[in-house]
Design a protein around this ligand. Structure first.
Ligand SMILES: Cc1cc2nc3c(=O)[nH]c(=O)nc-3n(C[C@H](O)[C@H](O)[C@H](O)COP(=O)(O)OP(=O)(O)OC[C@H]3O[C@@H](n4cnc5c(N)ncnc54)[C@H](O)[C@@H]3O)c2cc1C
Length: 309
């Protein structure tokens, strides 16, 4: 039986692995289908402390892994398909195999929705992004026209944040009014730098040939008229949800599926802890996920010490 099994290999997971490894618990980390987590999908991370020149997301995650392994953390490529937290030991099904654990740290992160239009995937990190806090300050977006896609609170937050950097922020939404809360919608529409583009859908992001974003193709959903809107960046904010399906019915979540920690990082099941974006719909940053991974590791270590004495 494992002392600690960590589900997920993002900033939260590897930080939890580092701390539990240094506490001599030989943690087992299960990577999931995205080893290194979301940060591996971005090129430059400029806001992780300790890297004044910025650091490549993939390199940062490789370094976190090496650091944890140096102290004895083990890892296994595999997807947790099911969990049974009803008794002790906890049982996880990983690619058909059973893994038993005395404690579990859930660090499965969250996923954003994609538009699914031509150009989106090929231009990711070249002007297409899903996080204004992460990327808004990058030089390629400064004093340039930008596009935010979406009409909810997140899209409004992204648009407002981007007014600090962009020359104009076009907010493209499928309807003729925002879905966001009234206060957020009013604040957004009152900002002179934000120009709403109503009743419109992005049908393509260009220009793949130039290997950078130069604009979006739009279709007015009421008139079918097509147009091109020049921009240097497209910030997609059409939805974001935690990867917590496999814990349904066992771990307490909010209505959107984000895990609710009770005491520190402990969930409603004693011995099961949570860290990172799967429990955080507010901050969603590498450093906050890493901090939560540290806290979950300390909580798990103290739980094991108390249980074994
Ligand atoms: C394009 C982009 C750029 C970003 N840039 C920045 C930035 O510059 N600065 C910053 O601070 N933040 C940035 N972020 C946000 C940052 O990436 C996240 O806040 C951070 O990765 C969250 O870490 P996490 O460990 O909670 O989850 P994640 O990094 O999402 O990792 C989740 C892990 O869980 C695993 N997993 C999921 N389900 C299972 C399962 N069933 N079984 C096993 N494993 C599973 C996945 O494989 C993955 O390894 C960016 C995000 C994106 C998308």
């Amino acid at each position: 039986m494992e002392n600690v099994v960590i589900i997920g290999s993002g900033c939260a997971g590897w930080t939890a692995a580092l701390y539990t490894a240094r506490a001599n618990l030989q943690p087992l980390l299960l990577t999931g289908h995205q080893p290194g987590g979301l940060l591996t999908t971005t090129s430059i991370v400029e806001n992780f402390p300790g890297f004044p020149e910025g650091v490549d997301g993939f390199e940062l995650m490789t370094r976190m892994q090496k650091q944890a392994e140096r102290f004895g953390a083990k890892s296994q490529f595999g997807l947790v398909e099911a969990v049974d937290f009803s008794g002790k030991p906890f049982v996880l099904t990983v690619d058909g195999e059973k893994v038993e654990a005395e404690t579990v740290i859930i660090a499965t992160g969250a996923s954003h929705k994609h538009l699914g239009v031509p150009g989106e995937e090929l231009l990711e990190t070249k002007g297409v992004t899903y996080c204004a806090t992460c990327d808004g300050a990058l030089p390629l977006f400064r004093n340039q026209p930008l596009v935010v896609v979406g009409g909810g609170d997140s899209a409004c937050e992204e648009a407002l944040y981007l007014t600090r950097f962009g020359s104009t922020v076009h907010l493209v939404h499928r309807r003729d009014s925002l879905r966001a809360s009234k206060i957020m919608a009013d604040r957004t529409l009152a900002n002179p730098k934000i120009k709403p583009v109503w009743d419109s859908a992005v049908t393509e992001i260009v220009d793949v040939k130039q290997d950078r974003v130069t604009g979006v193709k739009l279709k007015n959903l009421k008139t079918d008229v097509e147009s091109t809107l020049p921009c240097a960046g497209v910030f997609i904010a059409i939805g974001h949800g935690p990867n917590t399906e496999i814990f349904k019915g066992q771990i307490e979540t909010d209505p959107n599926g984000f895990i609710i920690p009770r005491r520190g990082t402990m969930t409603n099941v004693p011995g099961v802890f949570v860290a990172g974006d799967c429990a955080d719909h507010i901050y969603r940053q590498a450093i906050t996920a890493a901090g939560a991974g540290c806290a979950a590791a300390i909580d798990a270590e103290r739980f094991l010490s108390a249980a074994n004495h």
